[in-house]
Structures are given as structure tokens and as C-alpha cells.
Design a protein around this ligand. Structure first.
Ligand code: ADP
Ligand code: ZN
Length: 718
């Protein structure tokens, strides 16, 4: 037996350390090196881990060689993890206070490994067949037999090769990048200037200004330099329209990637980007593809909340993580939005990013008109028909008569989001969550009650479980609005888009295509209809019960409402036709609407919000880390969170403010109670140390108290 080799292995687990293993260099043929994937046993289970230290003999000796287990073998056929991936995982883990193993797990979902193994095995078998055919071809006497063998060999070879496409050179004049307008060209050269200083750029461009065109030009530059491009969008629905546009410019280099897709597809994308010049269009999970020679990262609609992953760890924000990834590759990064996040504006003020403005629309459409409708006043005047005001109905009729399209936003899906008993006044709640059950009438849930928090489905009887009284709906969800719209405008083609039916991505794509092609007149939906789509015939957008946008008791509610409203308003009147934006609300005096109507300077509004945050020391002027305690037992969650809160206050004294524990808006989900302890760190030199103390205190608390509930950390919660 030859001398054993010792390695350290990163496992896809929430593990603070990387265990040691030994191997026999002869059985694995060559010495293992960093990035190799190996099969090992840990805690009685087999995992595929990544070698992170290839020469760990010294460390292994310290632990005691006798205690070290041998690996089970090399994970055959799996591509090596590259060092930039490892460095990136460590960076993400450090920032988001999780383990590199948890990031590894997110980057290489378990099933994917099997998939790759299967593929490798298939490939191996095909190659064996080719070898056998080669022998036969050599031995064949008759010409026609030989021809048959050769043909078969050709076919198999084709299969093998198409799995891995050969690298194609990219010539600059291959790309049909649109001619930039003067304003766009100016913004473009300003961005290049920012890039040359190695800084991230923030592009604040009004909707319809052609930010996409600028991104495409920048992408073409990167590819021409032999670098690759990552183009991030917050949601996959958005990528569909973009995909065509990007493909028309880069037909051979585009791959689309998102977390909902099949493992085979993900593997294919990973395979492609290992070999070819690429532009990946994807959601946040595409940050974790095995990137190579990244030259440009684009973060489109950078303010969108969908960039944040809430669960499981890593609870990362795609925008911040994109900055980390770009940093590792020394790649250029551009973030764009019509309404940038306060975080990014703050970073511009602090000189970390540079702000580039694009204020001119490509089609020179004027700002759409805004009309705020006071639903309480209207109701008193008999001005409401169900959820629609007579004023809005008039506007919609006018647009339909001109064969223009209408989009209606309602934040609550379902038919009736809340049901209340006529007799006893109680709200019908989910038995496992502290949340109302909503009544559905579509998509296989017709006549059923659904809990939007835990997914529980219950038969709807129409009577109150407490007293047997009659249940009546409070408010209308998207399904009801769709029904009302169909009744009010019988000649119009009405469709709905929300997560109830957008769950099927084909259906969703179909609705978006139909609306874009003018086959739908009125589209009703949740905030998905406000996302960055480009519908040329859309000239009226309306928000029904806009109050639900303001209703969150959170220091960010106004920022979000403003961003959503601005984004939605940007959907209409994108061509020459002047658009109309209607908001129905019972709080017409709310400051958010003042900035929507332009009564308060719209761009000044963000600055005002920033100034407010500064006064209160809220993010982005500080860093918030939430400690979330979850437990099936209510008394225990209360006691534990209280004593953890005290422990944190003591440990972090002088380093951070500790607030709570408090109950979240919905404090029981799926039978589990939760409490939040909010810690607020000043952004100063002690932040790093403070984060470590926080993580260590939480860890120690769990161990010392033998706490069986779950405690998780959420850095920069949204
Ligand atoms: P934004 O993303 O800033 O809202 P888009 O990039 O979607 O704006 O552009 C709005 C519309 O204007 C699109 O239909 C786009 O094709 C068109 N457009 C913008 N710039 C150009 C250009 N330079 N040449 C041709 N069409 C353009
Ligand atoms: Zn529930």
C-alpha cells in the first residue's frame, strides 16, 4: 500500500468545519486536488463533497490519524468545482452568516449530481460502443457492412458531441446590436467611463428609455473581448420577452437559467458555459453556475424584492451577491431601474457606485396622466359598481373603443382573500397559521378555502365554524375582479395572471404572449403585471384597492408601494399614445400618491425617504440582521426568544441595537410559531466583528440551552 493522502472536504450541510478524509492515491489513480468531488460518509450518510484542501496531512495528524475515515471514492464524471466558485461560496457564506456548505448545496442541488453521474455513465457507454464499432469497421470485409458501421458510429458520435458543444469564436460584427440614440449613447459612454474606474454603475432610466439596448451593447463589448456575461432578472416571467430580444442579437451564445427548471436543463447550461462564450439570462440562482471569465454582470430591475431569497439559507439578495461575484472576477457590473433601491442610491451617495441618468424615452411618449380615485367618496355618491368606480369603468370603455389594452393590478389573489362571519364577526382562519383562509373559485380549487401561508386546502361550506353563521367575503381578489371585469365589459377578452395560474410557466408565457399580441384586451393580475414587460398596445393601467399596498407596518412599505406604482405606471403609454394611470384608494391623501401624481417631485421622493432613514438610523444607513426563532410550542418560543434577545443585547452591547423579540405580522405558519429579534448595526469598522459575535452568540445559545427549535439568521431582510 502506498502512503495515504489526506484531504479536507466541504459537505453540502450546515456545518461550520470541513472534515478530514484519507484516500489511497493508487485507487483514485492520481492525487486528489482542490475542486475534485468525492463520495464520503458523514453521520451515517453518503454525500458528494468538494475537496477544499488537497494536502491536509498536518491537520489530519493533529486530529489523530486513527480517527480519519477513508473516502468512498471519487465521484466519477462530475466536473471539477473551480476555485472561483469556492471563493465565491465562502464570501456569500461570510456575508449572509451561513456556512459555505449551505451555499454549495444551493449551487449544486443534490439531484443534479445524480443527473450528471447518469449522463457521464451514458456517455461512457456510448464511447465503449464507438470503440467496439471501430474494431468492427477495421475487421469488416464487405463494403456495405462497413458503410453501415460507419453510419452508426457517426450517429453515436453526434450524440456524444452534441452533449458538449465545441467552443465557437465570437466575431464582433456578428452581433446586430441596435443603434443607440444620442441620449443612450451618452449614458453608454458614461457607463464605460465608470467601468474603467472599476466601479459598479447604477443606471436610473425612466421606463421606455431603452435600458435594455444599453445592456445589449455592453454585453456585445464583453463578448467581443472574449469575456462572458450574466444578465440577471428578478423573475423568470420577465425573461421570456427579453429572451427573444437577446437571442436576436446573440443567437448562438444565449442560455436561460432559473431555479424552477429541470436538472437536465441546469446541467446542460452548466456544460455550455464551461465551454462556450456565453450570455446567461437568469434569476438569482444563476449566480451559482460554474461561471468562467465573467466580464459583465447586469442586474435588471435592481430594486425588485424578488431578488431576495427568504428560505432556505443562504438567504441572499441577488443584487448584493452579484456585486460579490463581479468582484471575484473583476467584472464590470451594471444595475438598472426606473426606481432604484434606496440601498443603491445610498451607495451612489457614498461614492461606492456611480449614478448614470437616462431621462428621455425612446418613443418620446409623454408621462402618462394620473388619476387618483377616492373610493369612499365614490361609494357615498353611488359611484362604485362592485370593485370598480364608475369613473374607471368610463376610462376602460374609452380605451376599449379605441382598441387599446388595459391592465388591472390587484395585490390579493384568490376570489375572496378574507371571509368574515355575518353573525359573530370572526374571520375564518387557517388552523395551522395565524392567517385568513381565502376562497378560491378557479384552477382546481373551485369552491375551496386555501391558506396562502402553508398551502392547506379545505372544503368551503359557507358557514362559520364558530357559530354556524353565514360567511361573507371581505374584499375582492383577482379572480373576483376578473369576473367583475368580464361582466362589466362583455365584449372584451379578459384574462388573469397571478401565481395561482402562473405556477404553470407555459400557461403564464401563453398569457403574456397573447397580451403582447393583442389577443387579450384586459389583463387582471397581481404585481406580476407591473413587472418590466413591454406591451405596445397597453394604454391604461389601474390599481384596484391600492390600500393593500400601503397596509404593511414596515419602514419600507412606502418605498415599496412607490416603486410598484411607478413600475406599473411605466407599463402604459410606452409608444406615442399617452397613457393613463388610475389608482383607486380609500386614502387618497397618502404621501405616496403625492409623489405618484408629481405633486411631490418624484425623484426627490427617494431622496426624502433616504433622509428619513438617516434620521432613524434605518438601512441603508445601518445593517439589519434578523434572528428568527421558530418553535411548535408557543410558550417555549416566547421564553426562548426572550432569553436569546437578552443574551444578544449583552453580547452586542455598544455594537448594535437589539429590538424585540416581536411577533411578525403572521406569527404562526404551518403550526410553527415565530418571533423575530432585530439587530441593527451601524455601518462602521466594527460591523464585521459584530456580525461574528452575533453568529457565535446564537450558536452558543443553541448548544448551551440544548434548544430544539430552529434559529435562523437573515442578513438584510426585505
Ligand atoms: P426600458 O427597459 O428602459 O423600460 P426598453 O429597453 O424596454 O426600455 O425600450 C423601450 C422600447 O424602445 C422597446 O420597444 C425598444 O425596442 C425600443 N428601443 C429603445 N431603444 C432603442 C433603439 N436604440 N433602437 C431601437 N429601438 C429601441
Ligand atoms: Zn395555513
Amino acid at each position: 500500500m502506498s502512503a495515504l493522502g489526506f484531504i479536507q472536504v466541504l459537505l453540502p450541510l450546515r456545518l461550520k468545519w470541513e472534515p478530514f478524509y484519507s484516500y489511497d492515491p493508487e485507487t483514485v489513480q492520481s492525487p486528489l486536488t482542490v475542486g475534485d468531488r468525492v463520495r464520503v460518509e458523514f453521520g451515517g450518510k453518503e454525500y458528494v463533497g468538494v475537496v477544499t484542501v488537497e494536502d491536509a496531512a498536518e491537520g489530519a495528524e493533529r486530529i489523530g490519524l486513527g480517527k480519519i475515515k477513508p473516502i468512498r471514492g471519487k465521484a466519477e464524471g462530475l466536473d471539477k468545482v473551480n476555485e472561483t466558485e469556492l471563493a465565491f461560496w465562502r464570501l456569500v457564506a461570510e456575508y449572509y452568516l451561513c456556512t459555505p456548505g449551505e451555499v454549495f448545496k444551493a449551487a449544486y442541488p443534490a439531484g443534479k449530481v445524480e443527473e450528471e453521474e447518469v449522463k457521464a455513465r451514458i456517455k461512457e457507454r456510448l464511447q465503449e460502443r464507438i470503440a467496439r464499432l471501430d474494431e468492427k469497421i477495421a475487421k469488416a470485409r464487405r463494403e456495405d457492412t462497413r458503410a453501415r458501421y460507419i453510419e452508426e458510429r457517426e450517429k453515436i458520435l453526434h450524440c456524444v458531441q452534441n452533449d458538449k458543444r465545441s467552443a465557437k469564436g465570437v466575431a464582433l460584427d456578428d452581433f446586430k446590436v441596435p443603434e443607440l440614440t444620442e441620449a443612450q449613447a451618452k449614458a453608454y459612454s458614461e457607463i464605460k467611463e465608470v467601468f474603467s474606474k472599476g466601479k459598479p454603475a447604477l443606471l436610473r432610466g425612466v421606463t421606455g428609455s431603452g435600458k435594455t439596448e444599453i445592456y445589449l451593447k455592453l454585453a456585445a463589448d464583453a463578448l467581443a473581448e472574449g469575456k462572458n456575461v450574466l444578465y440577471l432578472v428578478p423573475e423568470i416571467a420577465l425573461s421570456r420577452q427579453l429572451e427573444e430580444r437577446i437571442r436576436s442579437v446573440f443567437p448562438d451564445n444565449l442560455k436561460v437559467s432559473h431555479s424552477g427548471e429541470s436538472l437536465a436543463k441546469r446541467t446542460e447550461v452548466a456544460g455550455f458555459i464551461r465551454e462556450s462564450p456565453y450570455i446567461v439570462l437568469g434569476t438569482r440562482s444563476s449566480l451559482f453556475l460554474p461561471h468562467r471569465d465573467l466580464g459583465l454582470v447586469i442586474v435588471d430591475e435592481e430594486n425588485d424584492q424578488s431578488y431576495k431569497q427568504d428560505n432556505p439559507a443562504p438567504r441572499y439578495n441577488g443584487r448584493e451577491t452579484a456585486i460579490m461575484l463581479a468582484g471575484i472576477f473583476k467584472a464590470d457590473i451594471i444595475m438598472g431601474s426606473a426606481t432604484p433601491s434606496l440601498e443603491s442610491l445610498y451607495n451612489c451617495q457614498a461614492g461606492r457606485f456611480s449614478l448614470i441618468e437616462l431621462t428621455e424615452r425612446y418613443f418620446h411618449a409623454a408621462d402618462s396622466d394620473v388619476e387618483i380615485i377616492d373610493t369612499i367618496a365614490e361609494r357615498k355618491k353611488n359611484g362604485m359598481v362592485g370593485s370598480f368606480s364608475r369613473k374607471l369603468i368610463g376610462h376602460i370603455r374609452e380605451r376599449l373603443a379605441k382598441e387599446e389594452q388595459v391592465a388591472i393590478l390587484r395585490e390579493r389573489r384568490s376570489y375572496a382573500p378574507v371571509l368574515q362571519c355575518e353573525e359573530c364577526g370572526s374571520i375564518l382562519k387557517c388552523s395551522r397559521c395565524d392567517a385568513a383562509m381565502s376562497l378560491h373559485q378557479k384552477e382546481g380549487f373551485a369552491g375551496k378555502l386555501v391558506c396562502h401561508y402553508c398551502g392547506r386546502v379545505k372544503e368551503y361550506t359557507g358557514s362559520c365554524p364558530e357559530c354556524g353563521g353565514k360567511l361573507i367575503p371581505l374584499g375582492a381578489g383577482t379572480q373576483k375582479i376578473e369576473e367583475e371585469a368580464a361582466a362589466l365589459f362583455p365584449e372584451a377578452r379578459v384574462a388573469r395572471l397571478d401565481s395561482d395560474n402562473a405556477g404553470s410557466s407555459r400557461h403564464e408565457a401563453e398569457i403574456i404572449r397573447k397580451f403582447a399580441d393583442g389577443e387579450i384586451d384586459i389583463l387582471v393580475g397581481t404585481r406580476i403585471v407591473a413587472k418590466g414587460f413591454d406591451f405596445s398596445g397597453l394604454s391604461l393601467v389601474a390599481v384596484i384597492s391600492s390600500d393593500s399596498l400601503l397596509g404593511q407596518r414596515d419602514y419600507r412599505a412606502d418605498e415599496r408601494a412607490l416603486q410598484l406604482l411607478e413600475q406599473f405606471r411605466g407599463r402604459c403609454g410606452r409608444r406615442s399614445e399617452k397613457g393613463l394611470f388610475v389608482v383607486q384608494t380609500s386614502q387618497p391623501g397618502h404621501p405616496v400618491y403625492k409623489s405618484v401624481t408629481g405633486e411631490i417631485d418624484r425623484r426627490g421622493a427617494s431622496e426624502t425617504l433616504l433622509a428619513e432613514r438617516k434620521v432613524f438610523g434605518y438601512p441603508p444607513y445601518s445593517r439589519v440582521i434578523n434572528v428568527i426563532v421558530r418553535d411548535r410550542d408557543k410558550t417555549r418560543v416566547e421564553a426562548m426568544s426572550r432569553s436569546l434577545g437578552e443574551a444578544l443585547a449583552t453580547a452586542l452591547g455598544g455594537l448594535a441595537r437589539v429590538i424585540g423579540p416581536y411577533s411578525p405580522a403572521v406569527d404562526k405558519v404551518g403550526g410553527e410559531y415565530s418571533r423575530i429579534i432585530r439587530t441593527i448595526f451601524p455601518k462602521d469598522a466594527r460591523l464585521r466583528a459584530g456580525k461574528k459575535i452575533l453568529a457565535d452568540t446564537v450558536e452558543r445559545f443553541g448548544v448551551e440551552r440544548r434548544y430544539t427549535g430552529r434559529v435562523s439568521l437573515d442578513v438584510d431582510p426585505v
